[in-house]
Design a binder for this molecule. Structure first.
Ligand code: SF4
Ligand code: SF4
Ligand code: SF4
Length: 247
């Protein structure tokens, strides 16, 4: 029998779920090996007997909390996809704002209709078995995860920083141009796409290790006279939740 897949969304733009639909040719190969049984973006049927559940979005409302528990209960393996589900992502910016302000900014005079809670990653509410970070998640990692899991093997994320991929591509480091880039502290796996196109890394794949943060603090101060505080301020865009736990 084919493994049954569910794809779910919490508070997010649902871009990571859409990235699965965008796989097109590869999706046809996957569909030969698995059965998608629950995917609001792609089908109307619903089944709750699920082997692997993929979830994008942060837990940002009481309803999200209930749904996160429902997904955990019905999925043998639960996988967070994208920065929102893995880190809390952009949603966690609200945790640093006054609640009354952001509620009225987003919902105007209907703010009372929509309950809200501080945004958190999926793993803050239920046990998560794997995480595929990025905004959006990297499609190739999703395919690799599915293929390895179906083969009974373990998928592993890169354990080094974006700078490694950036250097491999021969890019001039953006710090040489006076730009703060989060590459030294961010998990690789995106092929350093942003610095390769001249944009700074904004940390959408999360902090690679606390050791990398400590090393970056020393190196950036000594080499470029940049304070780690400035780097960590930039980290808040995607990593506000992670930032709270760092040394
Ligand atoms: S990680 Fe990015 S693309 Fe994915 S759901 Fe969140 S905001 Fe959208
Ligand atoms: S541009 Fe950014 S990712 Fe590339 S080497 Fe410099 S700090 Fe690292
Ligand atoms: S370079 Fe940084 S911000 Fe850009 S995709 Fe990679 S991890 Fe995300």
């Amino acid at each position: 029998m084919k493994p049954k897949i569910g794809i779910f969304s919490l508070t997010s733009c649902e871009g990571c779920s859409l990235a699965i639909l965008e796989l097109e040719n590869e999706l046809l190969d996957i569909l030969g090996a698995v059965e998608i049984v629950n995917f609001r973006e792609g089908m109307t049927e619903r089944s709750w007997d699920i082997d692997i559940g993929f979830v994008d979005g942060a837990v940002s409302t009481p309803e999200d909390e209930k749904e996160a528990r429902l997904f955990r209960e019905h999925c043998k393996v639960l996988v967070a996809i994208g920065a929102c589900a893995c880190l809390g992502g952009l949603n966690t910016l609200k945790n640093y704002q006054n609640e009354a302000d952001y509620r009225s900014y987003v919902y105007g005079n209907r703010a009372g209709w929509f309950p809200t809670i501080p945004a958190r990653p999926l793993s803050a509410v239920v046990k998560v078995d794997f995480e595929l970070p990025g905004c959006p998640m990297i499609k190739e990692e999703f395919l690799e995860f599915v293929k390895l899991t179906l083969a009974g093997r373990t998928f592993r994320l890169p354990e080094y920083a974006v700078c490694v991929e950036c250097k491999r591509k021969g890019n001039l480091c953006l710090y040489e141009k006076g730009v703060i880039c989060l590459g030294p502290v961010t998990r690789a796996g995106c092929d350093a796409i942003c610095p390769s196109f001249g944009s700074k890394c904004e940390g959408c794949r999360g902090i690679v290790t606390e050791e990398a943060v400590r090393a970056a603090g020393v190196n950036l101060r000594e080499q470029y006279n940049v304070s780690l505080d400035d780097v960590m301020a930039d980290l808040r865009l995607f990593g506000a939740y992670q930032e709270a736990k760092l040394p």
